[in-house]
Design a protein around this ligand. Structure first.
Ligand code: SF4
Length: 423
């Protein structure tokens, strides 16, 4: 907390956590429909809020704030438009925080050559382009529908977004996102599509991403991430193929450390994969890609905090970095009526996360211009913990790595086939 005029204000990262947990009400003075980005229910649904940018001395913080979920109607935060711009009013103490409302990218309403509105192919979540490339996750269609309880992919894909993305459309959207919005990271994800038969290997999620990665590398450049359910060990050569195709980052959503929560809330993953499959894949790919290029994703706010902390340590021990999502009871999910977590508990989780990445000296927040609005990024959590000699040393190292990365970033932005480099 910060002291100002005798009152206690939230630090930017604390405000970010408050907003994820409490949501936001929108005052009639606001024109967010015209001033801001549309509320998009795509992918698993985590980004189904209003995109805001919080000023911060370190770097601007992007946050996708719940506004439509039932709990947001009781939020102490009210977004207002004043003569000096947008402000957040915290009705508990009357504190005001200036915020920015990022404009909707002009290309959202453009059409691809095949006639598809670009926002139905991919959207920005912060400053990166997120695209769910395949048809709806099989867990939504299997008997007993063992979809993950927090997810809404089965409701979004085919309605709010195209049911199956064409490679050509994705390339056109990625080029528009680069040229018009300066996006340098394209993140592809899929759900569960695996058929454990060699003659069907081309249909599952990881293989589905490969043609997209190849064309993005050749024609758009930048950084490319893939998130897909793990494949069995005997098919780990598929990770090698994806790396050869040009992927830079892989992420694995293992969601919960506590086995009972994993089994109950991710019944499909429990039935078809099991928790260990995620760690085997994380360990294999982090050795192949290197430190900072593989992440393990978990959800905080449903299982006991101690389990989430153990999960963070386990991900770090597997050579990956932890991406922690604050649970959001998204409209249309099985957990729609479950309350969101308490902000003070989430502050505790993210302080723990910062200490974990510090202990392992992980290179977090190195690439400039990649801001994620769906989660508290590890480097943002630094302000939750009093600085120490070792944390100052670590932050100095991160600053140096950021400077050293600049020529590498410039090189990565160039597609193999030429063109599309400027940001
Ligand atoms: S694997 Fe789970 S979270 Fe991912 S799309 Fe399928 S149901 Fe949703």
């Amino acid at each position: 907390m910060l002291r100002r005029e005798g009152r206690t204000l939230f630090k930017p990262v604390e405000l970010e956590i408050e907003l994820f947990c409490r949501g936001l009400r929108v005052d009639p003075s606001c024109d967010v429909d015209t001033d801001g980005r549309r509320i998009a229910r795509t992918r698993a649904g985590l980004g189904s809020g209003l995109e805001l940018v919080l000023p911060s001395p370190r770097k601007k913080i992007w946050v996708n704030v719940p506004v439509l979920e039932a709990f947001a109607a009781k939020s102490p935060f009210l977004l207002m438009k004043t003569a000096r711009g947008y402000v957040l009013c915290d009705s508990r103490q009357g504190d005001h925080y200036p915020v920015e409302i990022p404009e909707e990218p002009v290309w959202y309403s453009w059409k691809t050559s095949s006639g598809v509105e670009m926002s139905r192919v991919g959207i920005l979540q912060g400053t990166y382009l997120g695209i769910y490339v395949s048809n709806a996750c099989l867990y939504w269609n299997l008997p007993a529908s063992p979809a993950c309880a927090f997810c809404t992919t089965g409701r979004n894909v085919g309605t709010a977004e195209e049911s199956k993305k064409k490679v050509e459309d994705v390339i056109e959207v990625a080029k528009a996102a680069r040229e018009e919005s300066g996006s340098i990271f394209t993140h592809l994800n899929t759900g569960y599509h695996f058929e454990d038969r060699d003659d069907l290997e081309l249909v599952h999620g990881l293989r589905q991403c490969e043609p997209f990665v190849k064309r993005l590398r050749a024609e758009v450049g930048g950084f490319i991430g893939v998130q897909a359910v793990p494949v069995p060990r005997r098919k780990f050569n598929e990770y090698d193929d994806l790396i050869a195709a040009g992927v830079d980052h892989l992420s694995f959503c293992y969601e919960f450390e506590d086995p009972a929560y994993f089994a109950k809330l991710c019944p499909g993953k429990e039935m078809t994969l099991g928790q260990n499959a995620f760690f085997e894949a994380m360990e294999y790919t982090s050795k192949k890609l290197g430190q900072g290029k593989v992440s393990g994703e978990i959800i905080a706010g449903l299982e006991p905090l101690e389990a989430t902390k153990r999960g963070i340590d386990r991900i770090v021990d597997a050579g990956a970095f932890p991406t922690v999502c604050i649970f959001r009871p998204t409209i249309g999910s099985a957990l729609e009526s479950t309350p969101p977590p308490k902000p003070d508990e989430m502050r505790e989780v993210f302080a723990y996360l910062w200490n974990a990445v510090l202990r392992a000296s992980l290179p977090v927040g190195i690439l400039p211009g990649i801001q994620v609005s769906l989660v508290v990024q590890p480097e943002e959590a630094a302000d939750l913990v009093p600085p120490t000699f070792s944390s100052r040393l670590y932050e100095t190292k991160l600053t140096a790595l950021r400077a050293l990365a600049k020529p590498y970033v410039a090189w990565k932005l160039r597609p193999k086939g030429g063109r599309v480099a400027a940001v």
